[in-house]
Write a protein that binds this ligand. Structure first.
Ligand SMILES: *Cc1c(COP(=O)(O)O)cnc(C)c1O
Length: 388
């Protein structure tokens, strides 16, 4: 059956029952599969017939997860990887060759920054960063070798919003591939393919799992790009484990209700922080004070679970605040049921130079909160006592 609504697709996209008629999808922990005869084995290896050969290539649990993310993102095809970074690296490495150039928004996940600045240059692939919210900057930065636009929106940790409609048109005009890391929004809040993105990338570790249990990555988009990514990944080996695929597929069943509550809690926290005297500023996509509020309203269903704010008093105050938290976890993850606070300047973005951090908007007093699913009163109470 074909279901049109997101929630139903997320729940009812499921492998066929096994002989046991289980209601919840069976878990297929197997490294390889057996063939009926030599002819079937030949046909599968020759790609003349669909089927599973070896779990580095495909596995029923991974296939179910891929089918589901494709439906939810509105994508033609997809692929799954062991981590979000494997999804980022595999996409870039599979689609780029020596001499190619990547344009990326300046505010970007720390490890993606390292891939662009340290790893890809080893194979002669260059990049430039763009201060994303002035469209003239994108126009100025395109070179004849530019092949890919790589962006995040909302960005990590700055919570900037980039205009997907504008970028989709821009990519088309210049015949560039638009890759969007959709990790913060998830397909429930935003579907970049609708605006012309060619590939959407996820760290499934974050909201897709949503419970801080497993690592995973997903890629969804144009069929011909996924064909190249598949060819690269099957032989370079960043496969997602079937167990993690099983977890992640089940996690997607509750994505809609979780994202609604994450967004509701985050908006309430952002509004509360905005009137607090110890807080210099707050960034949340659905606060009218957000510089790209109108764009956020246009392309997102709700603001998501991430809030950034700057405490008065800089580095020292930022660290003191974290040390005073009693319930909210200090952890490197995000998108969990448990609220998490981080201090990007001394953790995720500590590998950047001071100058790079300032250019990316990572001020010394910046605190990033992944607002969880605890009662909002308890989240606010913990932050209130820590600010005091
Ligand atoms: C965490 C994260 C990644 C990397 O994902 P892993 O699963 O940790 O490898 C990539 N992009 C963004 C925006 C992230 O938050």
């Amino acid at each position: 059956m074909n279901f049109k609504n997101f929630e139903t697709q997320a729940i009812r996209t499921q492998n066929e029952h096994s002989q046991y008629n289980e209601h919840s999808t069976a878990l297929h922990l197997t490294s390889s599969f057996v063939f009926d005869d030599a002819e079937q084995m030949r046909a599968l290896f020759a790609d003349e017939q669909e089927g599973n050969i070896y779990s580095r290539y495909s596995n029923p649990n991974t296939t179910e997860l891929i089918d589901k993310i494709c439906l939810l993102e509105g994508a033609e095809a997809g692929w799954a990887t062991a981590t979000g970074m494997a999804a980022v690296f595999t996409s870039l490495a599979a689609l780029l060759k020596q001499g190619d150039h990547v344009l990326a928004c300046r505010s970007i996940f720390g490890s993606t920054h390292t891939v662009l600045t340290k790893l890809l240059p080893k194979w002669g692939i260059t990049h430039s960063y763009v201060d994303a919210n002035d469209t003239q900057n994108w126009k100025n930065a395109v070179t004849p070798n530019t092949k890919i636009l790589f962006i995040e929106t909302p960005t990590n940790p700055g919570i900037d919003i980039l205009d997907l409609e504008w970028l989709g048109n821009f990519a088309q005009q210049h015949q560039l591939l638009l890759l969007v890391d959709n990790c913060f929004a998830t397909p429930y809040l935003q579907q970049p393919i609708k605006y012309g993105a060619h590939l959407v990338i996820h760290s499934a570790t974050k909201y897709i799992d949503g419970q801080g249990r497993v690592l995973g990555g997903l890629i969804a988009g144009k069929k011909e790009l996924i064909t190249d990514i598949k060819a690269f990944a099957r032989h370079s080996g960043p496969a997602l484990s079937p167990f993690n695929a099983w977890i992640l597929s089940k996690s997607l069943e509750t994505l809609a209700v979780r994202m609604d509550r994450h967004s509701e809690n985050a908006l309430k926290l952002a509004q509360w922080l905005e009137q607090h005297p110890e807080v210099e500023w707050v960034k949340y996509p659905f606060l009218p004070s957000h510089p790209q509020y109108q764009i956020a309203k246009k392309q997102m269903k709700a603001g998501g679970g991430m809030v950034s704010f700057n405490v008065k008093g800089g580095l020292e105050k930022g660290r003191q605040f974290l040390n005073q938290l009693q319930m909210i976890s200090m952890s490197a993850n995000l998108g969990d049921t448990r609220s998490i606070a981080t201090h990007p300047a001394s953790t995720t973005h500590s590998k950047l130079t001071e100058q790079e951090r300032l250019e990316t908007g990572i001020l010394p007093g910046l605190i990033r909160v992944s607002v969880g699913l605890e009662h909002i009163n308890d989240i606010i109470a913990d932050i209130e006592q820590a600010l005091r």
